[in-house]
Write a protein that binds this ligand. Structure first.
Ligand SMILES: [Ca+2]
Ligand SMILES: [Ca+2]
Length: 344
């Protein structure tokens, strides 16, 4: 009995000590991991970005989370995950919590559903809500709830990334067809990039990855023997460059399949790989499967039990404070934002 108790105590102890890792670009808090995205995006892209990063578009569903969110931004407003994009006026957070169950106070004269086109909710710096157009870009915050799920050997929670020891890289084949730009967006948000072939060996590895996805495994009407990878020619001819700026020769692999590049239908400026591991060109705006590559040690991983360097995350709003003061003088109705933190 004593032994069992000791064992249980040890297990509890180790469970507690053994931290959970997640991306260091997220700030660890008592409620979970948070990341402020200062570059404004449409609500739709914000939702996707958070999803691909391993979180969700944050909503202030509980008062504690709202406080943490307000501490992260200095701008007048950010998108929350609360939306009515399915049916108008039916507001839910992206994780399904109805607006009625989320504590909230509206900004004066809001919600107004201006021009009957406002289906997304912003969190304003004073803690109040407004309804707003989903397609007008705003900053936003991604959130990952605390959980015991830990990253895999590829440094991600995404189990579709597989490690290849011969290249020391991880790869993920995406069967949902996208344009080159959207494929690049997805890989990047996942912490990787569109695959870049750096050697004959990597070409062989990529061909093996492709072989696991016969056409029958892909749903939809598109050409299934090509996949976008990370090279293009800047919209011009014969300047094939990787998305990281090297010529494909410098990158280490420049073998096109026979008959390629053919610049078919006048204008194939984006790079692809075929099932044989060789290169081809494709129209950037057409939809194809694509392959992401990820380094196991990028993005950097942080442990939830180590002391976290707050400097990367805490926003110094002092520069904005001056602007805000001017704003508040010019607009007497607006109160000073509560969340402005003094310079440390
Ligand atoms: Ca409004
Ligand atoms: Ca590579």
């Amino acid at each position: 009995m004593k032994f069992i108790l000791k064992y249980v105590a040890l297990v509890v102890c180790f469970t507690f000590i053994d931290g959970v890792k997640f991306r260091c670009d997220y700030k660890y808090t008592y409620l979970g991991w948070l990341k402020y995205h200062e570059i404004p995006a449409t609500w739709y892209d914000a939702r996707l970005q958070c999803k691909f990063e391993g979180g969700i578009l944050a909503s202030p569903t509980v008062p504690g989370l709202k406080t943490l969110m307000l501490d992260l931004f200095c701008k007048p407003e950010i998108f929350t995950g609360i939306h009515a994009t399915f049916s108008k006026e039916q507001y839910y957070s992206v994780d399904g919590i109805p607006l009625a169950q989320i504590p909230h106070e509206w900004e004066s004269n809001e919600p107004d559903n201006k021009n009957d086109s406002e289906r997304c909710i912003t969190l304003n710096s004073n803690g109040k809500f407004s309804d707003a157009r989903c397609d007008e870009p705003r900053p936003y915050i991604c959130f990952r709830e605390n959980s015991q799920a830990d990253v895999n050997v590829c440094g991600t929670l995404d189990s579709e990334y597989h490690f290849e020891s011969s290249t020391n890289k991880c790869y993920k084949f995406h069967t949902t067809p996208r344009t080159f730009a959207r494929a690049n967006f997805v890989c990047s948000a996942e912490g990787g990039h569109l695959a870049i072939i750096n050697s004959d060996e990597e070409s062989r590895v990529i061909a093996q990855v492709f072989a696991k996805y016969p056409a029958s495994k892909m749903i939809g009407n598109f050409q299934k023997d090509f996949a976008f990878i990370g090279f293009h020619n800047w919209g011009e001819s014969a300047d094939w460059t990787t998305i990281h700026g090297q010529s494909i020769q410098e990158a280490g692999f420049a073998k096109f399949t026979s008959g390629q590049p053919d610049n078919a239908t006048t204008g194939e400026y984006c790079g692809s790989v075929l099932r044989n591991g060789l290169l081809g060109d494709l129209g950037c705006e057409n939809h194809f499967a694509f392959i992401c590559e990820k380094s196991p040690d990028y993005p950097l991983l942080c442990d939830n039990i180590k002391v976290i360097d707050e400097s990367n995350h805490n926003h110094d709003c002092t520069n904005n404070a001056q602007e805000k003061q001017i704003e508040s003088v010019s607009n007497k109705n607006k109160t000073n934002p509560k969340h402005i933190v003094p310079a440390s």
